[in-house]
Design a protein. Structure first.
Length: 216
């Protein structure tokens, strides 16, 4: 009698296993996709010697700052330009009723006087002392409400020390400057004050012109 081979029926894989494998595969794919999107892009270095410069920062750097106005450029140039007697005389003939006339006039006068102390024929302890007094008296010149009289008195005293050192022919002119400085109120509020300051600056410019011409 022939043998009958009976094969066992293979069991099919569980559907839950397939579902778990699919879910795991989707999770891995989503992880790598999310990671690729979250990473910042890498900067590509520019070739060496290409001559391409990066654009200036839009918020920093002098390139992006506001350009100075023409008036501001003029003021900066005035700060660095030497003040000659002609410059001082030209200013003195201006409008003395301007609020900053006396203050600006004293600043110009001081700028014209201080270099005198460095001349070879004017190197003197008294002149150096008067120069320091003038610098101290005008150190707070920019403060509103400060009296201008100490600065003008110190300027006249400095010129007197210079005159006594090397310019005896200017004794009368400088003596008049000392008198005018002592009569100043320190303000330019009234027409009388304005006239006194204007006369002082005009005389000081004339004295300075004589000193410079004599030194040549």
């Amino acid at each position: 009698m022939a043998d009958i081979n009976i094969q066992r029926k293979k069991s099919s894989p569980s559907p839950w296993l397939l579902i778990l494998l699919v879910v795991a595969g989707l999770g891995i794919a989503a992880y790598f996709l999310f990671r690729a999107e979250s990473e910042p892009p890498q900067d590509v270095p520019s070739p060496v010697g290409s001559g391409i410069q990066p654009p200036p920062d839009s918020t920093t750097g002098a390139e992006t700052g506001p350009r100075p106005t023409a008036d501001a450029v003029g003021d900066m140039a005035a700060e660095t330009a030497p003040v000659t007697p002609d410059v001082l005389a030209g200013f003195a003939q201006g409008d003395a009723s301007q609020p900053q006339y006396g203050r600006e006039g004293l600043r110009l006068l001081t700028s014209a006087l201080l270099p005198l102390a460095d001349r070879d024929n004017l190197r003197d302890a008294t002149i150096a002392e008067k120069r320091n007094d003038l610098t101290s008296a005008t150190s707070r010149l920019q403060e509103d409400g400060s009296s201008l009289r100490p600065g003008y008195v110190a300027a006249a005293a400095f010129l007197q020390a210079v005159q006594q050192k090397a310019y005896p022919n200017l004794e009368a002119e400088v003596g008049e400057l000392m008198t005018q400085a002592g009569a100043l109120s320190g303000r330019v509020a009234t027409p009388q004050d304005q006239t006194q300051v204007q006369q002082f600056l005009t005389r000081a410019a004339a004295v300075l012109r004589t000193i410079n011409e004599t030194a040549r």
